[in-house]
Design a protein around this ligand. Sequence first.
Ligand code: FES
Length: 157
Amino acid sequence: MRPSKTDLEAPTGRPAGRQRALIQVLQDIQDRFHWLPPEALGHVAEALGVPLAQVYGVATFYRSFSLSPRGRHICTVCLGTACHVRGGGAVLESFERRLGIAAGRTSSDGAYTLEKVNCLGACALAPLAVVDGRYHGQMTEAKVEAVLAAVKKNGAA
Ligand code: FES
């Protein structure tokens, strides 16, 4: 008999030990490969003794996990209202042009993934982009070039 999701939750509603272990293992895989390959998820389910459906449930619940390959560098451009009215669209186009990929895509060399989101909660910095977790406010096309140049110089893109 396999445990159900309820079996893995502590009475407080917080994840029990096995659930926490599952999240941590998935985070480790995500950090190493920049995504969660299907074969890895099967191994995790077997090793932790949890249903594969539960592994996928966790993998799809958290936004930090990806079920498709992502680049070594993640570029996120905000197109929420504040960013949109202050030129977020032009910033996104600049990233697309310089990286040679459309939003939602990963470059063929696996270096970059370009994403667009609706509000990162820092509207005062609009238009805003986040590159490898670092916030860049009041973005302009010139700043896009500078940010990507710094990534290439420092990040071995
Ligand atoms: S709309 Fe871009 S951070 Fe809020």
